[in-house]
Design a protein around this ligand. Structure first.
Ligand code: NAD
Length: 517
């Protein structure tokens, strides 16, 4: 089972394997995705009709033109969102009415399952089987869960003296800018959209320039489900143009950002240079997977480490890119790990059985190959993989890659690669394992493998990470918060805690006359 933030486990009944076979190549040949902006409930060209061509990493085909949103487009979208917020066309609706709309939105996502899955695969390269089984249902479940949660949230009355009443309430923050990455385009968007809309905010979503199509379709589906025009706008475009304009905009009240730590730093600067908007950063990771000699099931540990690493081509913020293994079991464990790699060989993403798909684009491909070269030149031992493959496909594919003999100061042990490259580091004792695990700027996720209950608790407590798994890696649910310590970010997506990001806390004092003294 793979590691994928937000993934939903499917019942057998829902499994794509049980549906009649679909010719995804034929559907892909017919796909004509619409890359125009979505503002005030309508598709519009970018202000001066500027666009860029979007190619698929699957086979290099041209998918279509995408609006290259810039300051004027962002401004139009923010004005639309602001007007929708100020006239309360969404926020003033009773919670039960907002819930119905969001429930219909979630159903519409499921109804468009095949179309959305195909767009996701063509846009960023993941296998169609994963897009169908994970990305679409996780997106729908996220929206449905916040729909269901929104009318079960109560405010507070403070325990003050009898002469007054203090109401502590949460109000929508206003206009939210959501800026998201390309690795799980729909899921990352849903983690922002769903709690922000549930609380009555208006939105401008800026998808990654590498994966704009499903975000734009989500906005159309929301409108069809009954969301008033102007509440949910989407401006595609480049980070340095549309992204910067949105994060600098004086009329945006909060930014929900998911992406690299480098860009997260900029989000804080943009807020400082503009209106001190609230910034919630969900950033990169370099997660440690720690295996102790008292782990009883090394085979399962190895299968989990590999499955979680190579799922989504290794392009997961929480991928266990560092395996820390005790020196007494290291040779045996590495043998088990290496034996897993053939299962994750890259294949045609449009075939349902494919385990690993394409790297998102040429730039990311070069980054991944560059790190593989850095690992070699810094003295790590390449045990398997390391090559670009499927060159005649026209797409970008890299073998699952495993390094042994990695020192924790090497670049492949410190920096986020965001590709199918796993580094094995050996340790002597528990203290050293914890020290190495915590010795990166990141703190997103970690995992401890031990059948000694005390050790598992002790190490889990000592790890500086937003999520720690014990004897597993992939358990996940919309009910639990997801986010990082240190330079992995400050916000928390998912769960009821995400409401904190999209609301302001207000205290209202009422004098009570005639109260007994
Ligand atoms: P990125 O930072 O390059 O881009 C993310 C988004 O920010 C994109 O929409 C991009 O257009 C925009 N952007 C880029 N530069 C910008 C700028 N100067 N100003 C404003 N906006 C800008 O990240 P990416 O390559 O798209 O995504 C990969 C990163 O996302 C990895 O570091 C990964 O770990 C992280 N990620 C984190 C989580 C999480 O929940 N913590 C989840 C998924 C991905």
């Amino acid at each position: 089972m793979p590691a994928c933030a937000g993934m939903t486990k499917l019942s057998l009944k829902e499994s794509p394997m049980n549906r009649p076979a679909i010719d995804w190549h034929a559907r892909a040949a017919e796909a004509r995705p619409d890359g125009r902006c979505f503002i005030e409930g309508r598709r519009v060209e970018a202000a001066d009709s500027v666009s860029y061509d979007k190619y698929s990493p699957v086979d290099g085909r041209l998918l279509g033109a995408v609006a290259r949103g810039r300051e004027a487009d962002v401004d139009a979208a923010v004005r639309s969102a602001r007007a929708a917020f100020e006239d309360r066309r969404w926020a003033k609706q009773p919670p039960a009415a907002r819930k119905k709309v969001l429930q219909r939105f979630a159903e519409a996502v499921l109804g468009a399952r095949e179309e959305l899955a195909l767009l996701e695969t063509l846009d960023m390269g993941k296998p169609i089987g994963h897009a169908l089984a994970v990305d679409v249902p996780a997106t729908a479940r996220c929206i449905a869960w916040y729909a269901e949660a929104l009318d079960k949230r109560y405010d507070e009355i403070a325990p003050t003296a009898e002469t007054a009443l203090a109401l502590i309430t949460r109000e929508p923050v206003g206009v939210v800018g959501a800026i998201v990455p390309w690795n799980y385009p729909m899921i990352m968007a849903a983690w922002k959209i769903a709690p922000a809309l549930a609380m009555g905010n208006s939105l401008v979503l800026k998808p990654s320039e590498k994966s704009p199509f499903t975000a734009l379709r989500l906005a159309e589906l929301a409108l069809e489900a009954g969301l008033p025009p102007g509440v949910f706008n989407v401006v595609p475009g480049h980070g340095a143009e549309a992204g910067e304009a949105l994060a600098l905009h004086m009329d945006v009240d909060a930014i929900g950002f998911t992406g690299s730590t480098r860009t997260g730093r900029r989000m804080l600067e943009y807020a400082g240079r503009s209106n001190l908007k609230r910034v919630f950063n969900e950033l990169g990771g370099k997660s440690a997977f720690i295996v102790f000699p008292d782990c009883a099931d090394l085979q399962r540990a190895a299968a989990t480490a590999a499955g979680s690493m190579y799922f989504n081509q290794g392009e997961s913020c929480n991928a266990p890119s560092r395996v820390l293994v005790h020196e007494d079991i290291a040779d045996k464990f590495i043998e088990l790990l290496a034996a897993q790699l053939p299962r994750h060989a890259p294949g045609d993403p449009l075939l349902p059985g494919t385990a690993m798909g394409a790297i998102v684009d040429e730039v990311q491909l070069r980054t991944v190959l560059g790190y593989i070269e850095a690992g070699r030149s810094e003295g790590a031992r390449l045990l398997a993989g390391g090559r670009q493959v499927r060159l005649d496909s026209g797409g970008h594919y890299v073998e699952p890659t495993l390094f042994d003999g990695v020192d924790h100061r090497m670049r492949i042990a410190q920096e986020e690669i965001f590709g199918p490259v796993q580094a094995v580091l050996r340790f002597r004792d528990e203290a050293e394992a914890v020290g190495i695990a915590n010795a990166t700027p990141y703190g997103l996720q970690a995992s401890v493998w031990s059948d000694n209950l005390s050790r598992a608790h002790r190490v889990a407590r000592a790890l500086r990470a937003g999520t720690v798994h014990v004897n597993q890696y992939d358990e996940d649910d919309i009910t639990v918060p997801f986010g990082g310590f240190k330079q992995s970010g400050n916000g928390r997506d998912k769960s009821l805690h995400a409401f904190d990001k999209y609301t302001e806390l207000k205290t209202t004092w009422l004098r009570i006359d005639g109260a007994s003294t």
